[in-house]
Structures are given as structure tokens and as C-alpha cells.
Design a protein around this ligand. Structure first.
Ligand SMILES: NC(=O)c1ccc[n+]([C@@H]2O[C@H](COP(=O)([O-])OP(=O)(O)OC[C@H]3O[C@@H](n4cnc5c(N)ncnc54)[C@H](O)[C@@H]3O)[C@@H](O)[C@H]2O)c1
Length: 375
């Protein structure tokens, strides 16, 4: 069993029931909010001596791995502190909140003995894994177009029990652009085996809630390294039912559309593409076997099993497997959101997305200059 510690006990709480099945023993938890910490400790059966209000104390337990479920701006500094001590990191999304953090995180991963994985659970849903298998089998032909959406009114999480704004106001609501985009971006990029190299973004501005300055909706039109077109929409506050896993994929011989609503059905069209077939008809052949092997853990997992498969993949990383969402992939999926902000500031001009594998990333650090939100 891998000894794991969790920082951030709200989102972190979701992982408690699935840790054991994925191969982890919980050794400690940390949250500055004492109520959150004690609720977590009770659910997890964790002794008070393993619970902390500060991160350094959590790391002093010398766990094998940490799961970072803390607010967005804490992910990078907490990941670096763990990596510097040789502790494996599973970081919630997004990986970073600034270009400077991209460089610091990449450098920390490069010089650490430990491994890094971003916890992008959208690639581990039942549907995402099926579409991945079908794309790989060539059922849609050569892929040339995709759409991704994440529409989720999170305004109820912007104010805490004491009536104070949480981190979400500053980092998700007041910034322009796509401030929480990895769930919309990652699955199509996995299916197309591609990365975004350039995008232009437009934002609606703020219409629905005068407490916030950023965009209600942001749309990014992206070009990928493989020459594909990819349209991404994010929205964290428009009044509407949530739609957090909507995607489209088009290839030369087939296409896929996710369900429009919980009552709807995902569908695919192939060959002549004249009529739709429910995606569920292809489960027998294309649903990966792991979905049959782990039924109990899937039932206990949030996000329809996706959290469990994220954790299971991380267990393999801790045992020496290559990270499926290593720091380069994590930045490939996080950087478009940061670049959308730059494009909007430039009136929607196309802006190159730096490659995290090259010195382009170091040059991009200058883009933080003048952004008053970045500290
Ligand atoms: N992948 C997913 O499906 C998913 C779902 C929800 C949240 N998230 C991510 O998880 C993270 C947490 O989101 P949330 O919804 O729990 O937010 P939240 O605001 O509801 O809770 C944040 C928690 O972190 C604690 N905290 C504050 N500062 C901290 C620090 N320095 N170290 C550790 N904990 C700290 C707070 O006291 C609070 O308990 C965010 O980065 C969010 O983007 C991901």
C-alpha cells in the first residue's frame, strides 16, 4: 500500500471511500479550516495526531505521496514542496495559475526523483474511455474537428459559511478568459493525440452578477499541432443547468456527440454517417475491461467512477509507471486557459501556446507582467 496524505479536505473528502481499492493507505490530512478537517478525519477514521492546519507539518509525516485538493493557486507551491522532498504528487486541476508557475513546476518535476500527475478525471469517465478506444480503433477515421464544454454555475461556492468570498472569486470569477478549462480541453486532446498550439479567445464580459469582473462565458478557437480545429467553451456562472462533459468529435468516416442533458444519450454515426446510433450499443466491444473489474470502487467513486480510475492510474505512477498526465501534458491542458486571457487582452488576436517541452515556456513567463492578479 502507498502511504498518501491529502491537502484540502473538501474535494479531498471525495477520495476517502476509494483510497483502499486503489492501493493507498491514508496517513494524514491538512486543511486550515478546523471544521472541514474534523469532518474529514471522522469520515476517514484518522487520528487527531495525523491532522494538521499547515502543509509543512503534513509533509513532515514523510508520506510516499500527496493528493493536492487545495485551492487553485496552492497547487504549484504545494507540488514543488513535495517534489523537493521526493514525495509523489497527484495535483487537482488546473496545474498552475500563472506562466511563472508553469516554469517553476516543470523545473521542480525535472529535478525531482518523485513523479507528478495532474488529476484530470475527465479523461477517465466511462464515455471518455470508450470514445478513446473507438478513436484508436479508427472508427471515426482521421479526426479533424472537436468541441469541448464545461458549463457549471459555481456561484454557491464563491462565498463561505461566514459570508466571505472564497479563492474562487479571485481566481475563477474576476480573471478574464477560461479560468477552469482542463475538463473541457483534455478528453478531445487525448482522443486526437494532439496539443493546442495557437488560439484566439473572446469573452462575453460580465452580465449576470455584478460582484464579478471576468467573463461569464469564454470561447476559445484553437488550432492543434496536428492541424485540427478545436472549439472550447467554459462558463462558471451563467444561470442554467450544468453541462460539464459535453464534447463533439468529427473524423473523415464518423462522428460523436455527447448527451446534451442528463435525459439525453451520447451518440455516434459511422460509415455513411446518415443516422445516429446510441453510444451504449458499442459498450460490449469498446468499454475497457477495467470497468468490469472494479464495480464496487466505481459505485463508491464520485464522477461516475472517474475519480477512482484517476487514483488507480496514480497508484501505478507511484509504483514506477510513466505518468499518464505528466507535467508536460498537464501544462498542455492548462496553458490554453492562461493564453485565452492574453488573447482577450489583445482583442481576440491569435496567440501561440508555448510548448512546455521547450524554451518557449521560459519566454512565456514574461506574459505574467502587468497582470495584477498574479503575485
Ligand atoms: N477534478 C474535479 O472534478 C474537481 C472537482 C471539484 C474541485 N476540484 C478542484 O479541487 C480543488 C479544491 O476545490 P473545492 O471545491 O474543494 O474548493 P472549496 O473552496 O470548496 O474548498 C477548498 C478547501 O481547501 C482548504 N484550503 C484553503 N487553503 C488551503 C491550503 N493552503 N492547503 C490546503 N487546503 C486549503 C479550504 O479550507 C477548503 O476546505 C480546486 O483546485 C478545484 O479546482 C476538482
Amino acid at each position: 500500500m502507498i502511504r498518501i496524505a491529502i491537502a484540502g479536505c473538501r474535494r479531498g473528502h471525495a477520495f476517502i471511500p476509494i483510497l483502499k481499492d486503489a492501493g493507498f493507505t491514508l496517513v494524514g490530512a491538512m486543511d486550515p479550516n478546523p471544521d472541514r478537517l474534523s469532518t474529514f478525519a471522522q469520515s476517514a477514521g484518522l487520528s487527531p495526531t495525523a491532522c494538521f492546519d499547515n502543509y509543512e507539518a503534513l509533509l513532515s509525516l514523510r508520506p510516499d505521496a500527496v493528493l493536492l485538493a487545495s485551492p487553485m493557486p496552492n497547487h504549484t507551491p504545494q507540488a514543488i514542496a513535495a517534489l523537493d522532498r521526493g514525495i509523489h504528487v497527484l495535483s487537482e486541476v488546473p496545474a498552475v495559475v500563472s506562466f511563472g508557475q508553469c516554469v517553476r513546476l516543470r523545473d521542480a518535476v525535472r529535478s525531482s526523483k518523485a513523479s507528478y500527475m495532474m488529476a484530470e478525471n475527465a479523461i477517465y469517465t466511462r464515455e471518455a474511455m470508450m470514445i478513446g478506444a473507438m478513436s484508436k480503433a479508427g472508427l471515426f477515421g482521421d479526426l479533424y474537428y472537436a468541441e469541448g464544454e464545461y458549463l457549471h454555475d459555481v456561484r454557491s461556492s464563491v462565498v463561505d459559511d461566514a459570508g466571505q468570498f472564497t479563492w474562487r472569486k479571485r481566481w475563477q470569477m474576476d480573471r478574464r478568459g477560461a479560468t477552469y478549462a482542463t475538463h473541457a480541453i483534455a478528453p478531445p486532446l487525448v482522443w486526437m493525440n494532439d496539443r493546442v498550439v495557437e488560439l484566439s479567445a473572446v469573452g462575453t464580459g460580465s452580465h449576470v452578477d455584478d460582484r464579478f469582473n471576468g467573463d461569464d462565458t469564454c470561447v476559445m478557437t484553437c488550432k492543434t499541432g496536428g492541424g485540427r480545429t478545436f472549439v472550447v467553451r467554459t462558463d462558471l456562472r451563467s444561470p442554467r443547468p450544468a453541462r460539464t462533459a459535453y464534447y463533439q468529435l468529427q473524423g473523415t468516416t464518423g462522428c460523436y456527440e455527447a448527451a446534451q442533458s442528463p435525459q439525453g444519450h451520447a451518440r455516434v454515426a459511422m460509415n455513411e454517417c446518415r443516422e445516429w446510433t446510441r453510444l451504449s450499443k458499442f459498450e460490449r466491444e469498446y468499454l475497457p475491461k477495467c470497468w468490469r473489474d472494479h464495480r464496487r470502487a466505481i459505485r463508491q467513486s464520485k464522477h461516475g467512477g472517474a475519480d477512482f480510475f484517476t487514483l488507480l492510474a496514480f497508484a501505478e505512477v507511484c509504483h514506477g509507471a510513466p505518468s499518464p498526465v505528466d507535467v508536460y501534458t498537464a501544462l498542455d491542458w492548462t496553458l490554453p486557459g492562461l493564453i485565452s486571457e492574453v488573447s482577450i487582452q489583445r482583442g481576440g488576436q491569435p496567440v501561440q501556446v508555448p510548448s512546455p517541452r521547450t524554451a518557449e515556456l521560459d519566454d512565456a513567463a514574461a506574459l505574467d507582467a502587468g497582470n495584477t492578479l498574479i503575485t
